[in-house]
Design a protein around this ligand. Structure first.
Ligand SMILES: *[C@@H]1O[C@H](CO)[C@@H](O)[C@H](O)[C@H]1NC(C)=O
Ligand SMILES: *[C@@H]1O[C@H](CO)[C@@H](O)[C@H](O)[C@H]1NC(C)=O
Ligand SMILES: *[C@@H]1O[C@H](CO)[C@@H](O)[C@H](O)[C@H]1NC(C)=O
Length: 488
């Protein structure tokens, strides 16, 4: 699980203050909880607002709880106060044996006094939380997904009133659970549907839901079965290599992407004719992925895209100009990428996508410290997709020393290795970061700082001279030369 934990140091300090679950119940109560679940494909966005009231003076550390199933899915977790942009420090408190929930402490900016209130907004992004239902669909069938979760929000505090809303991207909702036996929490209909929204509650006077008794006797399972009109895209593996060249004043980024359509598998045969006809009428089957639209950085050139068979020439790239230094640049280059074949449910597609950029768009030199600072984008977001595994390698100029790096989110693993290519004498330092379950929330920039001693600059021409003869002998042909996507 990748958590968004900005300030590790203050989190460590927070660990000393974290209350145990038993004490937690006396500190606060929830005067209201509203949870909204935006149903999706690979990703489901959950926003929970806790209207909090302090029951003791000096209450500052609030505990949020995730049920085991929820915890397994959460790829992103962030807490803020309503109407404020500052992210509150969160610390994982681990698994609570009593309730089977995972606990996190959130620290309010200042302590609350008795009857003091605050509105806490917790946002999570869940991945792999939906599944195609039925599991098989013929080419002309619509795509339907199912999402299951626990009815009541897990919390160690008493809750006065609670509502849980499921919002479907399409008004076609095939079914949703009717929770039986919740009379003690409501006198009215336990669930209502209005358009594409299903609302559970309001439920009143709910005791702390992280007790073993509540989990076994009061918690309910909820399933929503809905239409989903876009393909469910997953990136099983992303390998990004970013190569910094001072000589060429270039930043080359190359992504190796293993894509998967997690939608229903095809019942019967795939008919290309039927596919083309449905495309012609503007109604391509919702579970087939014909193309992806990606936003690449501005100022890129020499883009290339190839798969296992070779050059793929059916894509279009519209490049935006390089940003002007010091100005905010909202323009992006837009690539419409067409896999070699339309991707059906459970089908995989591996490809490589790369481009060059002027190094000046990403790099700066800090005179005071004598260091270069380069900001490398962590990834290119594929809209709606989760990236299960990512390896990001940033290859620095040969001879770079005092290498340091500052990722926007803590990686699962990181190391500095020596990357050896054919022209190098001693290899180049490379920063390698590994991530899991990345979502659209995880776009960001990895800052790398380093020094390049003057002597390192001189090694390169020597290496080029000795490698030159070798090139002819090997008949080396750079793959990159003939695989460029034409700019339209
Ligand atoms: C807090 O609120 C309760 C109920 O509204 C009230 O009885 C109590 O006196 C309040 N306490 C303080 C310290 O204001
Ligand atoms: C690759 O595709 C581009 C764009 O269509 C084309 O100009 C180029 O000749 C192709 N190269 C090869 C080796 O097929
Ligand atoms: C796609 O790849 C997965 C493993 O990543 C494999 O289990 C599955 O069978 C593949 N799908 C097809 C249609 O080959």
């Amino acid at each position: 699980m990748v958590l968004h934990l900005r300030d590790c140091l203050s989190l460590l300090a927070l660990g000393l203050l974290a209350p145990s679950l038993v004490e937690a119940g006396h500190l606060f109560e929830n005067t209201a909880i509203v949870r909204t679940i935006e149903l999706g494909g690979s990703l489901v966005q959950v926003t929970t607002t806790y209207a909090v009231k302090a029951l003791e003076d000096g209450a500052q550390v609030y505990t949020i709880a995730l049920g085991a199933r929820e915890h397994e899915r959460v790829s992103w977790l962030e807490a803020k106060l309503k109407g404020q942009s500052a992210i509150l420090p969160i610390e994982a408190e681990g698994y609570d044996d009593e309730s089977g929930a995972f606990l996190y402490s959130v620290e309010f900016p200042s302590p609350l006094n008795v009857n003091g209130t605050s509105n806490l907004i917790v946002e999570t992004v869940e991945s792999h939380a939906t599944y195609p239902w039925p599991k098989q669909a013929s080419q002309s069938d619509p795509q339907s997904l199912k999402y299951e979760s626990d009815l009541f929000v897990f919390t160690p505090y008493h809750t006065t009133v609670e509502r849980i809303k499921y919002r479907s991207p399409s008004p076609t909702i095939h079914s949703y659970s009717f929770p039986g036996d919740v009379d003690e929490f409501t006198m009215e209909a336990p669930v209502t549907k209005s358009g594409a929204t299903i609302t559970y509650g309001p439920y009143h006077n709910i005791p702390p839901s992280t007790s073993r008794e509540f989990v076994s006797e009061k918690q309910r399972n909820v399933a929503v079965h809905y239409n989903y009109d876009s393909p469910v895209v997953e990136v099983v593996k992303l390998k990004r290599a970013a190569e910094i060249s001072h000589w060429g004043a270039n930043l080359n980024i190359e992504d190796n992407i293993h894509l998967r359509n997690a939608g229903p598998t095809l019942k019967g045969h795939f008919s290309r004719l039927e596919f083309q006809a449905s495309n012609f009428y503007g109604r391509p089957p919702s579970h087939v992925l014909p193309a992806l639209t990606l936003h690449l950085p501005a100022g890129i050139h020499s883009a290339y895209y190839y798969d296992l068979i070779g050059n793929v020439s059916t894509s279009h790239l519209r490049t935006a100009r390089s940003p002007i230094k010091g100005m905010q640049n909202s323009q992006a280059s837009v690539l419409e990428l067409r896999p070699r074949y339309p991707l059906l449910g459970s089908w995989n597609y591996s490809f490589t996508l790369g481009w060059d950029s002027p190094l000046a768009d990403y790099a700066g030199f800090d005179k005071a410290s004598g260091r270069y600072v380069v900001g490398v984008p962590l990834m290119t977001v594929i809209p709606g997709a989760v990236v299960d595994e990512a390896e990001i390698k940033i290859i620095l100029p040969e001879g770079a020393t005092e290498v340091d790096f500052f990722p926007p989110f803590p990686p699962i693993e990181s190391e500095i290795i020596t990357h050896v290519t054919y022209l190098d004498t001693v290899g180049r330092p490379a920063v390698v970061l590994e991530y899991g379950r990345l979502t659209h929330k995880h776009h960001g920039t990895i800052l790398v700082t380093y020094k390049v001693p003057l002597s390192a600059h001189l090694k390169k021409p020597l290496a080029v001279a000795t490698a030159f003869m070798g090139l002819f002998v090997l008949g080396f042909a750079s793959k990159r030369m003939d695989i460029r996507i034409q700019k339209k």
